[in-house]
Design a protein around this ligand. Structure first.
Ligand code: SAM
Length: 233
């Protein structure tokens, strides 16, 4: 029996139309869709009238679940892996399943279905030269946070990272303090709620952005990508 295929599909980061025709077709034709949160992905599937059965697969899924998925691939079933939003494996679960599947079946076809990713969407509208950039994923909440922020402000290339609404203001304050201490001038771009109703993109000195966030608490809602680059004084 021939092996199934494991597709890794990007899904929208907000606007449900941001998905490729190929991803929709393959999701429709597949045997199962593996979802980080089945309820969330079902909204997308319903919008596009896809009735393929879903299976929950997330960062806490144990070896038993992985074993079951590998058995499906061994039986020739085609699986599509998705995360809640954007591209699986990019600050999202996914890489472990891909690694286990490749280890179990060295000849397995693992097929990307490219599309939305918040990091790339934010970089694309920055207008900054981003032929080289450094992606930091999520900043640590406590241990290692200051070290990473220092790395970000001293980076030779534009730095990009994800930050939660709970820490976005604190993050701007930290960048303000640490860049002043290091006598480095930086420019920050805040990309909030990309592709959604309240999409906002702000550029500025981090201290100006602290003020913006303080003056408009709506600005502290939603999802954020942060870009930061050194500028001449
Ligand atoms: N794998 C996803 C991707 O490729 O975009 C990223 C997943 S990560 C768990 C989720 C983080 O991405 C959010 O906390 C936020 O920082 C960022 N993000 C996701 N959607 C976003 C959006 N519409 N606007 C701004 N940032 C977003």
């Amino acid at each position: 029996m021939s092996l199934g295929k494991l597709y890794v599909a990007a899904t929208p980061i907000g606007n449900l139309e941001d998905i490729s025709l190929r991803a929709l077709r393959i999701m429709r034709e597949a045997d199962y869709i593996l979802c980080e949160d089945t309820r969330l992905t079902r909204v997308l599937l319903q919008k596009h009238e896809i009735s393929t059965p879903t299976i929950s697969y997330h960062q806490h899924s144990g070896g038993g679940k992985v074993g079951q998925l590998l058995r499906y691939l061994g039986e020739g079933k085609n699986l599509v892996l998705v995360s809640d939003a954007g591209t699986p494996g990019i600050s999202d679960p996914g890489s472990m399943l891909v690694a286990s599947a490749r280890e179990e079946f060295p000849d397995l076809e693992v097929v990307p279905l490219p599309g939305a990713s918040a990091v790339i969407a934010a970089l694309s509208v920055s207008g900054w030269p981003v032929d080289r950039f450094t992606f930091f994923g999520f900043l640590p909440h406590k241990k290692g946070r200051q070290t990473m922020i220092k790395e970000i402000i001293t980076s030779s290339y534009p730095a990009v990272f994800y930050e939660s609404k709970h820490r976005i203001r604190k993050c701007m304050e930290e960048i303000t303090t640490l860049s002043a201490e290091a006598e480095i001038k930086v420019e920050v771009m805040l990309a909030r709620e990309l592709t959604k109703m309240f999409e906002t993109i702000y550029f500025g000195d981090p201290s100006e952005l602290v003020e913006k966030l303080e003056n408009d608490t709506d600005m502290q809602k939603g999802e954020f990508v942060v870009l930061c680059r050194k500028v001449k004084k």
